[in-house]
Design a protein around this ligand. Structure first.
Ligand code: NAD
Length: 255
């Protein structure tokens, strides 16, 4: 699989939340294009399954158990990646843990964990990851934000704050660490992943989202993975501090 002409050939990548959904497909996509991938996740069983999936395709991958709401676990993920593969070029900050609730109902502890895993984690991964990436000449970071970064939904108090905050953080990191470190965000719309099963989204609700968008379908993980691949590849060498919406046209709607 690791073709010499791969778009990220010889690079080393971290994908958080890489055991499922968008992160899994991004880990596989980067490996298909020649990167060695470190899958960071709290789900050991599925993390190892993704590593095997990549190995079966002929790629190189490793799993590190990492809870991205814990700073030291992010640092350990970076250290283990460098220790195993000798360098670090790409970080895809993709994992988030979240709970919904209005400001009255949401527990403070759940606000903290959502913001820690979904926003602070990107600051921490830059704090420790940028110096590591600079040892081998620089690198690139992609933060998984969301259409929720731009529009809000009821009871998404902490989630929407985290996702909106990621856009500001993405810009600041790009300013502070350019030109050798590029930082961008990807904003998925309705992407059918195991997250939807966990949220118990009904089939008629899925159909409603598919009918709503100009693309007339729900997204799949690979749709977002392809956008991440573009942003981390040299094809995007003049693209930094910005965001790429991957939503099938959902945000075109005003109704
Ligand atoms: P998913 O549930 O399929 O996968 C999420 C992964 O993150 C899981 O493997 C889970 O174990 C891991 N994870 C959760 N908490 C973690 C933590 N504290 N530390 C490390 N790993 C943790 O979800 P997905 O749909 O692939 O979502 C991935 C990202 O995309 C999330 O940031 C999500 O907000 C964003 N997103 C998803 C959609 C969508 O429709 N699926 C839309 C917009 C944005």
């Amino acid at each position: 699989m690791a073709r010499p002409e791969g778009r990220v050939n010889g690079k080393v990548a971290i994908v958080t939340g890489g055991a499922s959904g968008i992160g899994e497909e991004t880990a596989v996509r980067l490996a298909e294009e020649g990167a060695a991938v470190c899958v960071g996740d709290i789900d050991v069983v599925n993390g190892q399954r993704v590593v095997e999936r990549i190995s079966d395709l002929g790629g190189r991958a490793k799993f590190v158990r990492a809870d991205v709401s814990e700073s030291l676990e992010i640092k350990n993920l970076i250290d283990q990646t460098e220790g195993t593969f000798g360098r670090l070029d790409i970080i895809h900050n993709n994992a988030i843990w979240f709970r919904h609730g209005s400001a009255i109902d949401l527990e403070e502890a759940d606000w903290d964990k959502t913001l820690n895993s979904g926003l602070k984690s990107s600051y921490i991964s830059a704090k420790y990851g940028v110096p590591t990436m600079r040892k081998s000449g620089g690198g690139t970071i992609v933060n998984t934000a969301s259409v929720h970064s731009l529009v809000s939904f009821e009871t998404c108090t902490a989630y929407d704050a985290a996702k909106a905050g990621l856009l500001g953080l993405t810009r600041t990191l790009a300013i502070d660490f350019g030109p050798d470190i590029r930082v961008n965000a990807v904003l998925p719309g309705a992407i059918l992943t195991p997250l939807w099963d966990n949220l118990e989204v009904a089939d008629d609700e899925k159909k409603r989202y598919a009918d709503l968008v100009p693309a007339k379908r729900l997204g799949v993980g690979r749709d977002v993975a392809n956008a991440v691949l573009y942003l981390v590849s040299d094809e995007a060498s003049f693209v930094t501090g910005t965001s790429l919406v991957v939503d099938g046209g959902l945000l075109c709607r005003t109704d």
